[in-house]
Design a protein around this ligand. Structure first.
Ligand SMILES: [Zn+2]
Length: 55
């Protein structure tokens, strides 16, 4: 279980999640990329094409 970086809601990471998979917050809809840190999975903001870099 991790917490949304935007709104602090709890996000459940599936047990069979693969590193690099995208999960989204059920509350605010923010998308996160799952990555592995040691034995635990963590999340970081997903890079959404076009959002930060313009056209
Ligand atoms: Zn959220």
């Amino acid at each position: 279980m991790v917490k949304c970086l935007e709104c602090d809601a709890e996000i459940t990471i599936p047990k069979d999640v693969i590193e690099g998979e995208i999960v989204s917050c059920p509350d605010c809809g923010s998308a996160y990329e799952v990555y592995k840190e040691g034995n635990n999975f963590q999340i970081r903001p997903a890079k959404i094409e076009g959002e930060d870099w313009g056209e």
